[in-house]
Design a protein around this ligand. Structure first.
Ligand code: NAP
Length: 250
């Protein structure tokens, strides 16, 4: 029997990340996930997985800190020995604002976590997966957003721009490592029912915007997880550089 494949999901303690962790563990992946501040949520997911007979490694690490990213990957190395998949899921929004209200600190936080964090994690994953570095190949999936296409005017153009950067990075990195056994793709979720909207000060955001979605309903985190798991799997062996919209038609 082949050894189970290993997966790291950043921001895997809640929301879409937690759905990815659950689905991957159920499908036999050996999973590590990171979180930044909410230890309770991470512990609760670990307990839930243990009850189903699965096990996941939870690591506190801020993807916006290079030192934390290095420690995160070293911890995964020490536990798993190798890495087959990375999901760059950790991401943040901010309060609804127009551009004339956005501080430089806000922009730096947004891009440090959403863009630089994802690029740093991808760098560490490529060092471990690429045949150029003696790795056995692997897959990276980046969480972008429909916002990258829509622009989020009057809400958070900075967030949308950070996800636009993720799309460009996905296409470029996919081509850069295409002959090294590493596939790189992105999923662009639409409006998904998680706590991210409340974290941006808009707990009623889905309620207000549901009518704009052609399918007239928000998505579930597990509907995003299914797309991510497919892109990670061998069924997607010829798919790289793809930006997959999972957004109810929006
Ligand atoms: P969420 O419910 O707010 O969960 C965010 C997760 O990321 C939590 O596990 C959180 O950890 C972690 N996290 C936040 N900042 C971090 C940091 N600096 N370092 C490490 N981990 C960090 O978010 P979500 O809705 O599941 O979103 C997940 C991804 O999908 C994001 O990239 C988001 O932009 C994207 N997305 C979401 C939607 C949507 O409608 N929900 C739509 C499009 C795209 P703690 O628990 O410790 O805080």
């Amino acid at each position: 029997m082949n050894a189970p494949k290993t997966l790291l999901v950043t921001g895997g303690s809640r929301g879409i990340g937690a759905a990815i962790v659950r689905m991957a563990a159920a499908r036999g992946w050996l999973v590590a996930f990171s979180y930044v501040a909410n230890r309770e949520a991470a512990d609760s997911l670990s307990r839930e997985l243990e009850e189903t007979g699965a096990k996941a490694l939870a690591v506190q690490a801020d993807v916006g800190s290079e030192a934390d990213v290095m420690r995160l990957f070293e911890t995964v190395d020490a536990h798993f020995g190798s890495l087959d998949g990375l999901v760059n899921n950790a991401g943040v929004v901010d309060q609804k604002a127009r551009i004339d209200e956005m501080s430089g600190e806000r922009l730096e936080r947004m891009f440090r976590i959403n863009v630089i964090g994802s690029i740093l994690c991808a760098r560490e994953a490529v060092k471990r997966m690429s045949s150029r570095h003696g790795g056995r190949g692997g897959a990276i999936v980046n969480l972008s957003s429909a916002a990258a296409r829509l622009g989020s005017s009057g809400e958070y153009v900075d967030y949308a721009a950070s996800k636009g950067a993720i799309d460009t990075f996905t296409v470029g990195l996919a081509r850069e490592v295409a002959t090294e056994g590493v596939r790189v793709n992105a999923v662009r979720p639409g409006m998904i029912d998680t706590e991210i909207h409340a974290s941006g000060g808009q707990p009623d955001r889905i309620e207000r915007m549901r009518a704009l979605i052609p399918m007239k309903r928000e998505g579930r985190a597990d509907e995003i997880a299914a797309a991510v798991l497919w892109l990670l799997s061998d069924e997607a062996s010829y798919t790289t550089g793809a930006l997959l919209d999972v957004s109810g038609g929006r």
